[in-house]
Design a protein around this ligand. Structure first.
Ligand SMILES: [Zn+2]
Length: 187
């Protein structure tokens, strides 16, 4: 289940995860527009424009709860990337409601710092275990349509009525027929 991060939820996640013994398994930029490679990462090159989702999938190694194996964060409309000296302290996420990009994310273990308009998070359970289960799935985006869950692992596109098979743990998927980004709606 993907949700918008709140400061309360972040406080709760911090208490459930031993960050020292956890690690980032995936980290990548999902661009929503064209940009030149030399311009990647500097907000002054993108004045006033949202430009990317940063997706971070965290493997949670030391468990305080049995149903949390990983965390996925999607930093929506991320800007102002900075890279800073690396240290071992846990990630910090701070919310400043007065800013148009209110979420400030600092991950000292890789020296990454950025701000974003919002953060979507997904708690990953046992379905996350496996060598490459999460790689390649679509990043969340507001610009999506519904796909309805039907029998088994099948889902139905609300745009073109094509049905296709996908893991139930994958909320966002592109319809293989019309190419629309869909979000799974369970009935
Ligand atoms: Zn479709």
């Amino acid at each position: 289940m993907t949700d918008r991060l709140t400061t309360e939820m972040w406080t709760s996640l911090q208490s459930q995860v031993d960050w020292t013994h956890s690690f980032i398994r995936e980290f990548y930029f999902v661009s929503h527009r064209y940009f030149e490679k030399h311009h990647l990462g500097f907000a002054e090159n993108f004045p006033g424009s949202p430009f990317a989702t940063v997706r971070i999938v965290w493997a949670v190694v030391a468990l305080h709860t049995d149903d949390l194996r990983g965390l996925e964060f999607n930093l929506i409309d991320a800007k102002s990337f900075e890279f800073q000296p690396v240290d071992d302290s846990p990630p910090r996420i701070v919310h400043d409601p007065t800013s148009p990009t209110p979420w400030r994310v600092n991950i000292p273990s890789i020296g990454f710092c950025c701000v974003s308009r919002e953060i979507l998070y997904t708690v990953l359970g046992n379905e996350y275990l496996g060598p490459c289960l999460r790689l390649g799935y679509e990043a969340p985006n507001d610009d999506h349509i519904a796909a309805t869950a039907i029998d088994g692992h099948w889902r139905l596109c609300s745009n073109c009525s094509n049905a296709w098979e996908e893991f139930d743990s994958v909320p966002y998927a592109r319809c293989p027929s019309c190419g629309e980004l869909t979000l799974l709606q369970k009935s």
